[in-house]
Design a protein around this ligand. Structure first.
Ligand SMILES: NC(=O)c1ccc[n+]([C@@H]2O[C@H](COP(=O)([O-])OP(=O)(O)OC[C@H]3O[C@@H](n4cnc5c(N)ncnc54)[C@H](OP(=O)(O)O)[C@@H]3O)[C@@H](O)[C@H]2O)c1
Length: 334
């Protein structure tokens, strides 16, 4: 049987377990021009909150009763498509389900078998998370050697990669993460020069000053909210800010209020720019090639965390927003 996780009702804010249901249907078969993928890993992303909310986003909301949209990676088990063969590994938008049918358009990339770069990495450091870090840092907020680069959700899939690319570029990398285990991961595994626990008692602004005594040149913003308020006040002249995500904002309706930053950006001649990784879809190959080399050379470390079985899926997004994940969160199917 094919187990599928359907969206049962529409959440306001972060989707919880009760917004999903698991149903079983027969394993699908391919028609002419299609193939069937058996998923081995399903992705769990902060962005999924936006995909199920009715509030305006960059993609249509997932419909009630539809399979939850998600990236997944697996192996082709049946093919009637001229360009895809049985046994090939692929990563794409296959949804939260055991098996998916595709005509090729939902494939993001084919994954070569390589024991040093397992299939799961195509959903993390060598997937859209790594690619987001790569283009977001190097193209949207390009750092210069010697500059201070600050990133929020620093222990996560995107943030850990941003910090390590910043180090490769010769910068001082400073991470902000929630809790001591994440801070230790940033320092000890990902090689950040300094890491700050924003959940600890104390003044985040003070901790940032200590970590970046010469000010902040680049801010890779994954959270918005109070963390960003503390960072933006310490930007240097000519600073660059990449707006990648807004993990700390539970809902944009009503729009949350915060400090006005225009005067500060003016005085500091700073630039703030949002981006979507999809904007770079024609250049994914370039990022994957470079990231693969860095991983193989030991210059980029990655951490993955597995939830076993599709039964774990309904609560998995809420868990991300509880900050539970230590590394890239994936659902592993047997
Ligand atoms: N622009 C794009 O195209 C694009 C593409 C991919 C991802 N993104 C964004 O990149 C960011 C990181 O994604 P990821 O996949 O690497 O996820 P992740 O960082 O592995 O997981 C999300 C993290 O968000 C943090 N968080 C949750 N609630 C928070 C709160 N109230 N305040 C502060 N932090 C909170 C938690 O870390 P802590 O425990 O450290 O707080 C949690 O572990 C997300 O904002 C995501 O939406 C953007």
């Amino acid at each position: 049987m094919n187990r599928r996780v359907l969206l049962k009702s529409r959440p306001v804010g972060v989707p919880q377990k009760e917004h999903f249901e698991i149903v079983e249907t027969p394993v699908p078969t391919a028609r002419e021009g299609e193939f069937v993928v058996r998923n081995a890993f399903l992705a769990v992303e902060p962005a999924m909150r936006g995909w199920v909310n009715a509030v305006g986003n960059y993609s249509e909301p997932v419909g009630i009763g539809e399979v939850m949209r998600s990236f997944a990676a697996g192996e082709i088990v049946e093919s009637r498509h001229p360009d895809y063969s049985v046994g090939e590994q692929v990563m794409g938008m296959f949804g939260w389900q055991d098996h998916a049918v595709s005509d090729g358009r939902s494939v993001v990339r084919r994954v070569a078998r390589d024991p040093d770069l397992p299939l799961s990495t195509s959903l993390g450091v060598l997937g859209l998370n790594g690619i987001t870090a790569y283009f977001g840092l190097l193209e949207v907020a390009p750092p210069k050697s010697g500059e201070a680069v600050v990133v929020s959700t620093a222990a996560g899939a995107v943030g850990s990669c941003v910090g390590q690319i910043a180090k490769i570029m010769g910068c001082r990398a400073v991470g902000i993460a929630g809790g001591q285990p994440k801070v230790a991961l940033c320092r000890d595994v990902f090689g950040f020069d300094a890491a700050i626990d924003y959940k600890a008692d104390g003044d985040l602004g003070r901790a940032l000053k200590d970590a970046c005594p010469a000010g902040i040149d680049v801010y890779f913003d994954n959270t918005s909210g109070p963390i960003s308020d503390a960072v933006l006040g310490q930007l240097n002249v000519g600073a660059r800010v990449a707006i990648c995500g807004t993990a700390s904002v539970a809902s944009w309706d009503p729009v949350p209020l915060g400090p006005r930053v225009e005067r500060h950006l003016l005085v500091k001649r700073a630039r703030m720019q949002g981006f979507l990784v999809l904007d770079y879809s024609r250049r994914y190959g370039e990022a994957i090639d470079q990231l693969s080399r860095w991983v193989k050379d030991g210059r980029i470390a990655y951490r993955e965390e597995y939830l076993d079985g599709i039964e774990a899926a309904p609560d998995a997004i809420a868990g991300l927003y509880r900050g539970e994940n230590l590394g890239r969160r994936l659902i592993r199917l047997s």
